[in-house]
Design a binder for this molecule. Sequence first.
Ligand SMILES: O=C(O)CCC(=O)C(=O)O
Ligand SMILES: [Fe+2]
Length: 403
Amino acid sequence: MQIADALRLAIRHFNAGQASEGAALCDAILNVQPDNPVANCLLARARMRAGTAGEARRLVDRAKRAAPDYPPALELDARLLDEFEEADREVVADAYRRALAVSPATSALWFAYGNLRQGAFGDAAGSIVPYARALAARPGEIPVAMNLATARLKLDQAEAALALCEETLASRPTHIRALALKTTALFDLGRPKPADALTGFGTLTRPMMLPVPQGYDSLEAFNADFAEAIRTHPRRRDDYDPNKRAIRGGSIVTDLLNHDHPAIRVFHAALDAAIAAYGDALPALPGHPHIDGRPGGYALDVWGNILRAEGHQDGHIHNLGWLSGVYYVEMPEVLREDDAAHEGWIEFNHPGYGIPDRGTATVHRVCPTPGMIVLFPSYVWHRTVPFEGAGERISVAFDLHPR
Ligand SMILES: O=C(O)CCC(=O)C(=O)O
Ligand SMILES: [Fe+2]
């Protein structure tokens, strides 16, 4: 087989998801032509996908030496520096600029460069043009539109942010991030009424009490067992990635229900009952994205949070859910209904992810008590207020993933 034919076949394999066949062909080509830039880059991309970045780096460097302006080599070089090698942000920025000079119509490169400006550089203004170029190359690309809307909100350009949200919602009316950013844009623009209608405090966002789980006389007795189950859970850990979790200080328990403990078993049924009661009480609001987005079935993702003094949750939303909620298991002494500082409370409508709170949002707060469950659409921003003093604040949060 000619080299050119072998490369075509390798590309066909990769495109069909047959990575090992594609890689075997690239290996064979590189045995004959070790510097072949196409084979080196194809294989490097496969290695990067598989997470073996060191191997990818060796292949990319070889491609770059053989063909310094070969666009895929420059693109892979930038992505390796950015995503795997923890390179200095200036080095990464240079690499993206070099890659963009030879591939000025590659949406993914502009998107990645915009994310570098907004993220590592904290330069929202510098991310606008890259995101706009990304959208020009791929109109309507939702992740780009959402990151651009986020940058617009940081720059106090709520009108432009709102337009981006509406554009996304036109094709995806229940898109969680678009609804969250839209809420903030509306508050920023001094239009609290439609924003409040999205949050629906008292109807869509509301506290209720958990029905007493089977086999227990009271929520108090249940919470004592449940707290013990959470504290001793085999997946309790402190070493979570702060880029992936909103919790600051404290421990988490992932996949909480997946552990054989009597309190966990009965909690699941009580939670399902509470969710069903929430659904039964939902108002008829035709055209409302939370109501229209109600799924026929759902899967539960449940995790635990153990916070100590000064621990808290930054403002966030739950991108994968339809409905989210928090059940309160054990609260420190300091939490009180009459606390003007709201220590340890949950607060709604303060945005997160670096989006400023311009003081125009309708902030709702709930003082959690053990046995309480607070439910809210997954697009409603929420955070917790840090608290001082002794004791642990144990909550169990969950998402309903549409199915
Ligand atoms: O503990 C709380 O009040 C909030 C928890 C939360 O928002 C979460 O775990 O996602
Ligand atoms: Fe949350």
